[in-house]
Design a protein around this ligand. Sequence first.
Ligand code: HEM
Length: 290
Amino acid sequence: MEPRIRAIADHLAGELFADGSPADLVERYARTLPLSVICELLGLPLSDRPKFIAWANTVARLTSVIGVLRMIRGLSQMKRYLEDRLRVAREHGGEGLIAELVRVEMEGGRISANEMVSMIFLLLGAGSETTTHLISGSVYELIENPTLRDWLEEDWSRAGLAVEEFLRFVSPVQFSKPRFVRRDIELDGVQLKRGDRIMAMVAAANMDPQANEHPEQLDLQRRPNRHISFGTGIHFCLGHQLARIEGMCALQALFTRWPRLRLAVAPAQIRWRKRPGLRSIEKLPVVEGS
Ligand code: HEM
């Protein structure tokens, strides 16, 4: 999917200031790119994309009671829409994950319609806001660190290495989902009992000096980079390669199109969301720069 992802990123970068400047990079770029990629992955018609993105955004922008009501409406509209896409795929086949899943379903009857709809919601939940904040966090750091930005712009084949460090440094997913302790164990002086519920602090592990020297430094050339931003073990992130490619394409497309991009406000005014779990920048107002 890399060429398509690159094309989507180029297009969105081109449209960044289409509705005026400053533009909120989170809203107009970092959020729209992963959502567009998921639409593409699912094989949704291009003309449906704005509608789908608007529904998905009602979930991402959840900040008030009215927001919750909007989200519930958005979710049920999305569910109906996906069920309809499933019907179309069943009748006419097609491209993309929905059509592929229908083919699997026809072969073995193993996936129910409910399972398919919930899997699509899972992909949206796991694969959009996470990547959004890998992108927004990386852009913020690059705008704040012109030397690193120059180093990257000099040779975009360095983007893979850089994204690995952004994954570590930004740690978009801050902790794992809950786990249950299987047997009594002592971990670093903490006594855990069988059945206890724990969560692994991914962000803390990524800042462990025993794993990476000077973890507090953003070092785009860090190698090896021993981060666990995609988790580890049986639940290791399903979308890790997709997220990496999206991160690389996003940075290259953005800074190629807007080489002098800068913040429209003082860095101290940038706010991170207080909701735990994701390290997410609320708004990132940017201007073209001169
Ligand atoms: C920068 C972007 C991303 C980050 C930082 C990230 C991080 C993670 C982490 C830490 C886990 C493991 C959670 C745990 O063990 O409790 C995970 C699981 C998962 N991720 Fe990602 N993810 C990203 C992007 C994506 C994308 C793009 C997709 C798919 C489109 C995706 C799909 C999933 C799924 C389905 C799981 C669950 C796997 C399982 O439980 O077996 N993720 N991700």
